[in-house]
Write a protein that binds this ligand. Sequence first.
Ligand SMILES: O=C(CO)[C@H](O)[C@H](O)COP(=O)(O)O
Ligand SMILES: [Co+2]
Length: 217
Amino acid sequence: MTRRVLVSPSLLSSDFGRLAEEVRAVEAAGADWIHVDVMDGRFVPNITIGPVVVEAIKKAATRPLDVHLMIVEPEKYVDAFAKAGADILTVHVEACTHLHRVIQQIRHAGAKPAVVLNPATPLSAVEEVLGDVDMVLLMSVNPGFGGQSFIAPTVDRVRRLRAMMDARGLSTDIEVDGGINAETARRVVDAGATVLVAGSYVFGSKDYAAAIRSLRP
Ligand SMILES: O=C(CO)[C@H](O)[C@H](O)COP(=O)(O)O
Ligand SMILES: [Co+2]
């Protein structure tokens, strides 16, 4: 089956001093979504941005904001990020005590809920909420930093997650984040991924449009 594949460049590797320009440049280069990495220095060993900066990105963007929350107690901040303009809000299952409640909270706040798994978290952790989310994100690096190498067993995880969805008659998006380039993109898309996050591969290239094009099947 041929599925449409979206590219969501991660601003983590962009020039933060020219954030609005970078957003406009990747959109002109063909980005489908804009991936925004929120880190709190607790869930991951790095700190990035909060709702105020998401609001600024929203003013520059015309494409949906795909906001990846790498924070503990996401329920405390979901409403603020939705209000700031997040279209898709993704929470780590490892950070949620009441995952189902957080998913409901995201939808109630007006954003599309998605859940994300670290590379060592079993797929069964999302099994009970597959029908409640718009997307499942599989991390293909340990979260916290851009520019890391793709963790190869992710390909089989994508294949098994797609089979779990097929068995339930679901065509939910599967996003993959970390170490995505033209070669790893092909492997995860063949396995059933439909959204590709790419940070260093896109922003580290001289030609954003060529980089984004090379990720598409
Ligand atoms: O969530 C992330 C890190 O935790 C980033 O989205 C991811 O690392 C993208 O960067 P790259 O494509 O350079 O690996
Ligand atoms: Co991310």
